[in-house]
Design a protein around this ligand. Structure first.
Ligand SMILES: [Zn+2]
Length: 277
């Protein structure tokens, strides 16, 4: 599943090709995605210039004069830029033409989505699917100690495990399952501990760890930017060197203790019982 780093790198990859360009055609090959793709899209978008592409959580926000198109890659979605005359591949669901360029959404399992938020309905942040999201890890609201203080404040009285608390995305977005195990390892926090029992100091370390782990993943993905242009490949997860994730039974890279695997909320968690007390 594309996580925040993949979506961020997608944004970085497609923005230079799309921003400032005008939509000349919209083709919906199969609009039965997680939600039906609005049929009015082509009427709305043709002739409009894409002013800017932003990311909020795992949504890509395409800004136009009359509103914002929200695109989510779901489980298997990939955006590709190709020449319009190149034949679209199988599983191509929707495509947007900008003159000779085609931006194509390839999505075998169809859990992706496309929504339209008209300008007259106010700022896109009001859009229902964005309202529940936590803060952005690289924005001011999660910078320095502020991130850790926020995690601390919101966790008081919470009995759920710190792993599930962080993974929920309600406080800070983008910390998917891999990044959750890795961040807790970097911050030396045991994933089983109750969120409400963890000190402010530990949460400040966790805030820093979250930013560091996500930044590394984005940097790892940066080298695959070319994959978004004229690519036939299937960019999956970035090859991130993990310290604990998927390393059950192997020695901890810091202390040599055997890495453990547990299940929390039906998801695997990996940790070092010595480094993470
Ligand atoms: Zn260790």
């Amino acid at each position: 599943m594309p996580e925040l780093p993949e979506v961020e790198v997608t944004k970085l990859g497609i923005s230079p090709q799309i921003e400032g360009k005008t939509i000349t055609e919209v083709i919906i090959h199969d609009g039965r995605l997680r939600w039906p793709v609005p049929e009015k899209l082509s009427r709305i978008l043709i002739g409009q210039k894409c002013l800017m592409i932003r990311r909020r959580g795992k949504y890509l926000l395409f800004h136009f004069d009359s509103g914002v198109m929200l695109l989510h890659l779901g489980m298997t979605g990939v955006l590709r830029i190709q020449k319009k005359h190149e034949a679209p591949k199988k599983y191509n669901r929707v495509e947007f033409h900008f003159g000779e360029i085609a931006l194509r959404l390839h999505d075998p399992r169809k859990f992706g989505s496309i929504h339209w938020h008209a300008k007259k309905d106010g700022p896109v942040e009001n859009f229902a699917l964005l309202q529940r999201l936590g803060v952005e890890p690289f924005e001011q609201e999660f910078s320095g100690d502020i991130g850790g203080e926020l995690l601390y404040k919101k966790s008081r009285g919470r009995k759920i495990s710190v792993k599930q608390y962080l993974l929920s995305g309600q406080i800070v977005v983008g910390v998917g399952n891999i990044y959750c195990s890795e961040s807790l390892f970097e911050a030396k926090i045991n994933p089983k501990r109750a969120a409400g029992k963890i000190s402010k100091q530990s949460y400040i370390r966790l805030g820093e760890a979250v930013r560091m782990v996500l930044k590394k993943a984005i940097q790892a993905g940066g080298s695959s930017l070319k994959d978004f242009v004229h690519s036939d490949g299937e960019p999956g997860h970035f090859m991130v060197m993990t310290k604990v994730y998927d390393r059950v039974g192997l020695p901890c890279k810091d202390c040599g203790t055997t890495i453990q695997q547990i299940t929390q909320g039906q998801r695997s968690t990996y940790y070092c019982p010595s480094c993470q007390k």
